[in-house]
Write a protein that binds this ligand. Structure first.
Ligand code: SF4
Length: 584
């Protein structure tokens, strides 16, 4: 008999609450959860039809291994044995950095998957981590580390209270927002506008967002940094700053002023095509509002000067007095103070350097753009094996032909996915994984650990349907790969032993084809350690449980990771880069 259960979507950051109707092991219908505490009955077509993708005849059911040039079905034992043997051989002959990993976006929307993938790579001892984030938002992480001391410190607009919102290079009507969980962005923006707030959409295109809310301001593509420079220039010229806050909580103000000095609205108008008058009108609206925020996303992030543009945006929000105030930009906390945890443990703060180009790591990840060269260029630390987990870099990354050539030279290419992909088509091994609806979960790291939610809440979900065939969850797969490779997860023999034993115990009676670590128990442990109660208790609140509202005034002088506890407005590396703009 069919029954309906509550869960939440894990395809994008909106994490819409869903009601899923299940008949036996089959999802037959998905509807938005009208009673969800935050997402209030919203869901998009992609989320509401996701079960069709999971039930496609192409869905991976069994491990595959390349034999005689063809991917052929093998048992888990054979697949793991062959992967583990190769990993051991490569570590012994070429060192740990010969093993690399690419973490895709799908991995990021679960809790256990990225943690165990990272645990495996730490056990290997390799610094060759790559991720989809380096393709479209590394600028935000890199700048946040310089300005606030931690890459995941990401202020977001206080949509409930702001009076002026300037969105640059973002299209939330389609993307459903980014670095902030906002359900039903179109309705949300209309609500913001309906209560009298002024919205500007700065974009080279009259986007879907610009069509439904705010005033569209055309900007010439890839000139965002000049828009921000003249915005800062005009803000300074019109005394739109909060000097007391700057003196108390920030450093580098004078250097920042010098950066903006030469960039009058008249000068940048020639480049951006935003007239000086229009620019001044935006600055006036921003300055006169009782709470305002500049927000940007992919269009800015992926531009030539994405880091400079985002840095200037953060500085403008900070010196205008909008950072950490109601109606401005907020810096929330999740179930723990994650930046403080990062500072204590070094998480996301490693300073690795790439072999090719000497690029610094961001979020402990190397730039995806050099992956092909890291594989194709002979020498020490050359990548010989790659794990692709929840991603499809042959489609998502630039220069896919060169990447394909590189992937074909790897001695080991292991793809963990739910269905075949371009990357899987050149893999040596393809491992069948559970879909989001086949695993228990909590909201992913941004809402859970950082509270990047316009309405803070928590929710737990069980697996809605069981795995089929020989599908396994990724965390379990990494426990097994580590064991087969003679690697200890996180470099800890105790952790490895514990997870192997937990898997063995939990798998009793589950059928030899679908063993699993006790995922719900681990998620429950995480909730208990962070004083959120148990997973089972959270499950009882089927539509989610609201968390305390964000606290403006809780960040400046209190939660900045830099040793001096101040916002660094003028990091050397960014100032020097900005000076080159002038030279150009
Ligand atoms: S907006 Fe995102 S989270 Fe919501 S249903 Fe669509 S894909 Fe899922």
């Amino acid at each position: 008999m069919a029954e309906t259960v509550q869960t939440f979507c894990r395809i994008c950051e909106a994490l819409c609450g869903l009601e899923v109707t299940v008949d036996g092991d089959q999802v037959v219908d998905i509807k938005p959860d009208d009673d969800h505490v935050a997402t209030r009955g919203y869901g998009c077509l992609k989320g509401l039809k996701q079960h069709r993708m999971y039930d496609t005849p192409d869905r991976l059911l069994h491990p595959m291994q390349r034999t005689d040039g063809e991917l052929q079905r093998v048992g888990w034992g054979d697949a793991l044995g062959s992967i583990g043997g190769k990993v051991r051989e490569l570590i012994d002959s070429h060192g740990p950095d010969s093993i690399a990993m690419y973490v895709g976006t799908a991995a990021g929307f679960g809790v256990l998957h990225p943690v165990f993938a990272q645990g495996f790579m730490q056990g290997v001892g390799s610094a060759n981590m790559f991720s989809s984030a380096t393709q479209d938002c590394a600028n935000k992480f890199a700048v946040a580390r310089h300005v606030y001391g931690f890459p995941f410190t990401q202020p977001f607009p206080d949509l409930d209270k702001l009076e002026c919102l300037i969105i640059v290079g973002a299209n939330p009507a389609i993307s459903k927002w980014s670095f902030l969980q906002v359900s039903n962005p179109i309705r949300r923006l209309k609500e913001v506008e309906a209560r009298g707030a002024k919205i500007f959409i700065v974009d080279p295109r009259r986007t879907e967002t610009a069509k439904v809310a705010g005033e569209h301001v055309f900007i010439r593509p890839n000139t965002d940094v000049f828009f921000y420079l003249s915005f800062l220039h005009e803000l300074l010229a019109t005394s739109g700053i909060d000097r007391a806050r700057i003196d108390q909580y920030m450093t580098g103000f004078d250097e920042l002023c010098r950066v903006a000095e030469a960039w009058s609205p008249e000068r940048t108008a020639e480049v951006t095509r935003i007239t000086a008058e229009s620019l001044r009108e935006m600055v006036r609206a921003y300055r006169e509002a009782d709470g305002a925020a500049l927000y940007c996303s992919t269009g800015v992030n992926m531009g030539t000067n994405g880091s400079l543009a985002f840095w200037l945006q953060e500085c403008i929000n900070a010196i205008s007095g909008n950072l950490d105030r109601a109606g401005g930009t907020l810096v929330s906390t999740g179930v723990i103070d994650f930046p403080a945890f990062g500072k204590k443990t070094g998480t996301l703060l490693h300073d690795n350097q790439s072999r090719i180009g000497g690029f610094p790591s961001v979020n402990d990840s190397m730039p995806g753009g050099i992956l092909a060269d890291e594989i194709l260029t002979p020498g020490d630390r050359q990548i010989k094996a790659l794990f692709v987990t929840g991603g499809n870099p042959l489609i998502t990354m630039a220069n896919s032909e060169r990447l394909r050539e590189a992937f074909q030279q790897l001695e080991l290419l292991v793809v963990l996915d739910i269905q075949p992909s371009e990357t899987a088509s050149v893999a040596t091994h393809v491992l069948p994984c559970t879909s989001p609806l086949q695993r228990p979960d909590l909201p992913f790291v941004f809402p859970l650990m950082l509270g990047l939610q316009s309405k803070p809440y928590l929710q737990a979900t069980r697996a809605v349907v069981p795995p089929k065939g020989e599908q396994r969850d990724e965390a379990t797969i990494y426990v097994d790969i580590a064991k087969a490779s003679g690697v200890k997860l996180w470099g800890s023999a105790a952790a490895q032993r514990t997870f192997e034993a937990a898997k063995a115990l939990h798998s009793i009676g589950r059928g030899a084809r679908q063993p699993s670590i006790p995922q719900e128990l681990l998620l429950s442990g995480l909730l208990r350690i962070t004083k959120q109660g148990s997973f089972k208790n959270l499950l009882k609140q089927k539509h989610g449980r609201l968390r305390p509202e964000h606290e403006p005034g809780s960040f400046l002088g209190k939660r900045i990771v830099h040793d001096d506890n101040k916002v660094h407005l003028a990091p050397d590396v960014l100032v020097k880069q900005a000076e080159k703009l002038e030279a150009d």
